[in-house]
Design a protein around this ligand. Sequence first.
Ligand code: PGA
Length: 252
Amino acid sequence: MRTRIAAGNWKMNTTLNEGMSLAHRINEFVKNYSLENKRIILGTPFTHLATIASSVDYKKISLAAQNCARWEKGAYTGEISAEMVRSTGAHYIIIGHSERRQFFKETHEELKQKVDLCLKSNLRPIFCIGEKLEEREANLHFDVVKKQLTESLFHLDHENMMHTVIAYEPVWAIGTGKNATPEQAQEMHAYIRTLIKEIYGISTAIEISILYGGSCNAANASSLFIQPDIDGGLIGGASLKVDDFIEIIKAL
Ligand code: PGA
């Protein structure tokens, strides 16, 4: 049975104290909440990972970095390696978020290197894919998503693929308040699962968690998560509001 996931992507928000208080409140909620087959992930800034990882119930809450370097180690001032992320107690790295593709010009090849380093450090990638508005309007959204998967993820062997989480985040829905409809999201998630099935077989396709992201909030989470191929969400803005994030957890 695949894991259902509510993953917060805090982006470049919260000071360490604010982040600790947010994590503390989520931790208080999950204490008395059954999370069978479900996982809560907090994608915090690098600076918060170690502190928050050691202060929450690791059986219920995992930490994720939002990026890692594409090199293993060395003279790359300011970069943070996958291995360093692992040493904080985090278990996931968000890789290929559209903001990184857009503002940092991350290429398919770089993202492939990051995915490999993440897995080599025994961490799980949350690999983000999704089309821009003009690509959807030109009916290219399936092609775009297929290329993103093919160039950066589908070189993985079966075992590593099983350790990967995919997040479908249409770029036009991120931070815009305009989420994909449940039908649009389901259609793409089903397509992604078909692609995985063609390469890795039915059991991997069934087991892999595919999250939806893009203006997912307390009000629309259940209508998205009820879709058969949507296994939870990667949540930006709403993950910074405790009450909203708790509602999203409840919708899993
Ligand atoms: P949003 O962001 O929920 O604020 O749209 C989602 C994301 O960027 O992962």
